[in-house]
Each structure stands twice: as C-alpha cells, then as structure tokens.
Design a protein around this ligand. Sequence first.
Ligand code: IPE
Ligand code: IPE
Ligand code: MG
Length: 245
Amino acid sequence: MSSAPAFAAGQGGVALPRHVAIIMDGNGRWAKRRHLPRVAGHRAGVEAVRKVSRAARALGIEALTLYAFSSENWRRPEEEVGDLMGLLRLFIRSDLAELVRENVRLRVIGDYRRFPHDVVALIDDAIARTSGNSGPILAIALNYGAQAELVEATRRIAARVAAGETDATVIDAAMIEAELETRALPPLDLLIRTSGEHRLSNFLLWQAAYAELLFVDTLWPDFDAEAFGVAIEDFGRRQRRFGGL
Ligand code: IPE
Ligand code: IPE
Ligand code: MG
C-alpha cells in the first residue's frame, strides 16, 4: 500500500501532491448550526480526520499534515482546550492500532510538550510505536505556530554562528529549512483550509511559499473522502510555475 502509486503521477496521469496540509476549520460552526455544544463539532471533526487520512493513504499521498491545535488556540476557554485534549487522548487510544497496521509513520510538529503530561506520554508512545514503519507520514500539528518555528530555527542558527561553527554569510534557505519541524517531510504541495476562512492562521508560513492554496467553504466535519478527492483533482489541474514560464 505504501509502495503504491508513483508520486509524480496519480490515477489517469494527473499530478498527485506528495505533501498535503489541511487547516481543519469550522468544527464550532458545524455544531452551532445543529444547536449542539462546540465539543460535538470537535468530535465530528475527529471522524473527518479518520476519513481523510484513510483517503490520503488510498490515493498514495506521501505526507498529510493536519493542523489540530495552534499556538494561539490556548486563548480559547479552558473547558474547550480540555475537551480538545480529551479528544486527542481518545483518538490516539482508538486509532493507534490502525496506524501501526497501515504502516503509517505518525509525527507531530509543534511544541506538544506543553500539553498535559499524560497526553505527552501518549503522543511519545504513539510516535515510537510507528517509528519502525516505512509508509505514509501523518503529521499532526499540536501547539504549532509557524512564527515560533522560525524563531526557534533562527535561535539555533544564531547559536552556531556565535559558537563560531558557521558563518552568517553562509546562511541560506536550505540551512533554515533543515531547522524546521517539517525537515523530514516532502515539500508542501497543497494547502487546504476548510470553512470559508481565507487566512493561514500561523500555519506553515515558510513551507507554503510555493504550495498551491485551496480554500473551501465546507466545514471540517463535513469534509470527507469525496471532498478530499475533489481537492486532489483540483490540484491536478493547476499549473505550477515556481517563478518560471
Ligand atoms: C477548528 O474548528 C478546530 C480547532 C481550531 C481546534 P474551530 O473550533 O475553529 O471551529 P470554528 O472556526 O469556531 O467554526
Ligand atoms: C486555525 O483555526 C487552527 C486550527 C485549525 C487548529 P482557528 O479557528 O484557530 O483560526 P482563526 O482564529 O479563525 O484564525
Ligand atoms: Mg476556527
């Protein structure tokens, strides 16, 4: 399954993205429309995570990065933050076996060590248990913020310059990229945001430099395998130029 389709071309010869990232937005509005508490939207959002990650695997996408909790989401009421932590616990407990079986490599980007201790332990265990796998990467962004990621990268490079290990004049894009949390992932090809908002909300700012952007009105809990397939088809019709002709 992991060795499936050539990554340059999907079914029917349409270009397939190697790395897709999604800003999973709209859970709260989905719940509100149904006169349900926001947590019900987050619960339904977890089901969409399952559907979409399965669809990505079936299509042969190498890496899927999902924005689950931003470094700004701490601004939400404590109760909602607690609900999100609870759902993360449930998701790992219920879905880890499938990820292991499906040869998925689970990764986390973001400072998840600020999460409750038991959640950090669950995440570390889940990463370790899939680390021997060789298939597609499922990267979850937890307490992730692109600006903090770039600040950290800058600090590490500056420290090496201060220590005399490198020179400021040799700093280049590749050196910065090697310090980003996405360094082991393929280049970002497609960035999707659901729920009709047209902003990046501090997600993958560096990596999005030449990614194709797709904004859809669908609320995240309604985004499914079919919607993901439509997004992949849309990507296949894009003409990428990277500044050339
Ligand atoms: C996205 O849905 C999930 C997270 C940010 C954790 P929201 O909770 O932001 O839903 P809306 O934007 O309020 O509808
Ligand atoms: C972005 O959604 C973060 C996640 C999807 C995890 P938000 O709902 O937090 O973004 P803003 O606040 O509308 O920009
Ligand atoms: Mg939102």
